[in-house]
Design a protein around this ligand. Structure first.
Ligand SMILES: CC(C)(COP(=O)(O)OP(=O)(O)OC[C@H]1O[C@@H](n2cnc3c(N)ncnc32)[C@H](O)[C@@H]1OP(=O)(O)O)[C@@H](O)C(=O)NCCC(=O)NCCS
Length: 143
């Protein structure tokens, strides 16, 4: 089976929702993922089964892309899947002419913070109480 990164399809939604449910305490429902199917920044990592996904979109500032979500199936983490998804996404964003990618991450989400640092993101600031139970660390990276 060929491993590949490609745009998400409607048939991927059950796998994406399974990853989501295993990754977040407040997971996105399937209709939210479905609403992103027309977004070229909704990509999946396909290894026969979808093992990870990433969603980026544009922000109010059209030069800035916003990372909306990224997750990898629990038993497949630390194998470089999120890294490949992020690299692919960044190449795509450069092609579309974006100059920067920004994101918010929960202060308590240490694995994700380490992941973003490993991908060259740096901390832009902190928003206290951004989540109902946590602060948000704002991070960004020039493209
Ligand atoms: C964050 C997440 C997407 C990373 O996915 P992944 O496929 O495991 O990441 P990679 O294997 O590409 O990791 C690349 C690098 O990031 C860093 N990293 C990733 N997970 C880490 C962890 N748990 N602890 C410390 N560093 C970590 C490491 O530097 C790693 O390189 P290495 O394995 O060679 O040391 C994954 O942990 C996940 O799905 N978490 C739940 C969902 C989530 O929190 N998403 C982010 C919301 S803001």
């Amino acid at each position: 089976m060929v491993k590949m990164i490609r745009r998400a399809l409607i048939s991927d939604i059950p796998d994406v929702v399974e990853i989501e449910d295993n990754s977040f305490r407040v997971p996105w429902p399937d209709f939210l993922f479905k609403s992103h199917l027309s977004n070229p920044g909704f990509l999946v990592y396909d290894d026969g089964k979808v093992l990870g996904y990433i969603i980026v979109g544009s922000s109010e500032d059209k030069r800035k892309a916003h990372l909306q979500s990224i997750a990898v199936q629990k038993n497949y983490r630390r194998q470089g899947i999120a890294s490949k998804l992020m690299d692919w996404c960044i190449d795509l964003l450069r092609l579309y002419g974006f100059e920067r990618i920004v994101l918010e991450v929960r202060e308590k989400n240490i694995p994700a913070r380490y992941f973003y640092l490993s991908k060259g993101f740096s901390i832009d600031g902190i928003t206290e109480g951004y989540y109902y139970d946590d602060n948000a660390i704002l991070m960004g990276k020039d493209l």
